[in-house]
Design a protein around this ligand. Structure first.
Ligand code: SF4
Length: 61
């Protein structure tokens, strides 16, 4: 929870790579265009995959 709204931590978000084909929060949110990609944190699919591995499988690095 941020000071006024829920905020996604870019250090922990993998855009669901490694789990789902598309960002789950965007898919299930009932309000369109509420959850958007942050232009301040552009990440390639490769970078997102690396983050997924680091967060979930750090014992395999
Ligand atoms: S549901 Fe997926 S895209 Fe949404 S914040 Fe969590 S990891 Fe990121």
């Amino acid at each position: 929870m941020g000071s006024e709204i829920y905020e996604i931590d870019p250090d922990l978000c993998t855009e669901c790579i490694g789990h789902y084909d598309e960002p789950t929060c965007m898919k299930v949110c009932p309000i369109d265009n509420t959850i958007i990609h942050d232009p301040a944190h552009p990440e390639s699919n490769e970078a997102l995959w690396d983050k997924f591995v680091l967060l979930h499988h750090s014992d395999k690095l």
